[in-house]
Design a protein around this ligand. Structure first.
Ligand code: MG
Ligand code: ZN
Length: 364
């Protein structure tokens, strides 16, 4: 008996000796040794309006294990803005994107209207490729917080101009063609972008090898999940293939934009569809991180929408059993889910401005 235990131990040691790496490196699929203490690729995913009630609603109505249950690390983020207990998506997005608290309605600037760089700007300066994939207009508050600077989230045409002028970007997917094509100043921003090397599409193309790809599918926001199909998860897959062809790594922001829209309508069925869609997108990101060391995946939200709660359903929960307490946002904190390289740094209660600061500390 003892002999067997010893033999097993010897075998295990030998295996470890052959497959482990120096320093803090770990083994990845191809047996390359890499220092996984440093983060090369960042995938930051925002479920707009998605706090714990929304996550739990997705879990309770799903036949399968959700992506949320794959995360080894969870934390909590406080979402209040510079001037309000309850944030909007502009101040919430700006806090996550720039690490700075601002007033509701403001995009990419501090409360005293000073433009501040976003994590996308900072990581692009470090030589990383960057992408933003959303299902709202690409000019809407959440993506705009990463891509633009504006005193008012409703200045869609000005935000589109910032996006067209953004030298840091490699891939954008979303809606909002009208803010690029049929503008008050009569400038066609797609022409301007094409002249600067962008390939512009109104559908997801096959070829992901171009350096600058804009997929702007609809006049304003995309349709709801039921109608638009799986363009969000497909676009995440597309963006990951395109962005990961560079050894400097990448930053990708993905938004489940319309969870918030359905929650404002207190429409549980549509909200579950949107969560299901976002869940699929998260699974694609997690699969990528499992196969590509030095990738960090963070999933969080800008705020809760709808004051959703669960009362006794008298049986199994279905989408018709959820209980809404407001048509607006609430002050509820939101979860932070972390997976992959550096994930252990995202537990505990944090401020929404801490998320990007913690990510930046981990970048190689
Ligand atoms: Mg949003
Ligand atoms: Zn909202």
């Amino acid at each position: 008996m003892k002999k067997y235990v010893f033999l097993e131990f010897a075998l295990l040691s030998a295996t470890l000796l052959f497959t482990s790496c120096n320093n803090r490196g770990t083994v990845v699929n191809n047996n390359d040794c890499q220092d996984t203490s440093k983060v090369r690729n960042v995938i930051l995913m925002i479920g707009d309006g998605m706090s714990l009630p929304q996550v739990y609603a997705a879990m309770m109505t799903s036949e399968n294990t959700t992506s949320f249950e794959r995360f080894p690390v969870t934390g909590i983020s406080i979402t209040k803005s510079f001037n309000k207990e309850i944030t909007d998506s502009a101040a919430g997005g700006t806090a996550i994107a720039t690490g700075v608290k601002t007033k509701n309605g403001m995009i990419g600037m501090s409360a005293d209207s000073i433009p501040v760089p976003s994590i996308l700007d900072i990581l692009a300066e470090k030589g990383k490729k960057t992408g933003v994939v959303v299902t709202s207009s690409i000019t809407h508050a959440t993506p705009a917080s990463f891509l633009a600077k504006n005193i008012n989230r409703n200045n869609n045409e000005e935000i589109a101009m910032d996006i067209a002028n953004n030298e840091h970007l490699n891939i954008i997917v979303g809606g909002g063609r009208k803010y690029f094509e049929t503008r008050k100043d009569s400038i066609n921003l797609f022409d301007k972008m094409t002249s600067k090397g962008w390939k512009v599409f109104d559908y997801l193309p096959e070829d992901y090898s171009d350096d600058k790809i804009a997929v702007i599918t609809s006049k304003k926001h995309m349709e709801s999940a039921k109608i638009r199909g799986d363009i969000l998860p497909q676009s995440v897959n597309f963006a990951l293939k395109s962005l990961s062809n560079d050894e400097n790594g990448f930053f990708l922001m993905v938004e489940g934009s319309q969870i918030d829209f359905a929650a404002h309508d207190n429409d549980s069925v549509t909200m579950i569809d949107e969560l299901r869609d976002f869940d699929e997108a998260i699974n694609i990101a997690l699969d990528f991180a499992e196969n590509n060391a030095n990738t960090l995946v963070i999933v969080t939200a800008d705020h809760e929408t709808g004051g959703l709660t669960m009362i006794d359903p008298n049986g199994k929960y279905t989408a018709t059993d959820f209980h809404w307490t407001t048509k607006s946002h609430s002050a509820l904190p939101v979860p932070v889910f972390a997976f992959g390289s550096g994930a252990e740094n995202f537990s505990g209660i944090m401020d929404n401005t801490d998320i990007m600061k913690r990510i930046l500390k981990l970048i190689e």
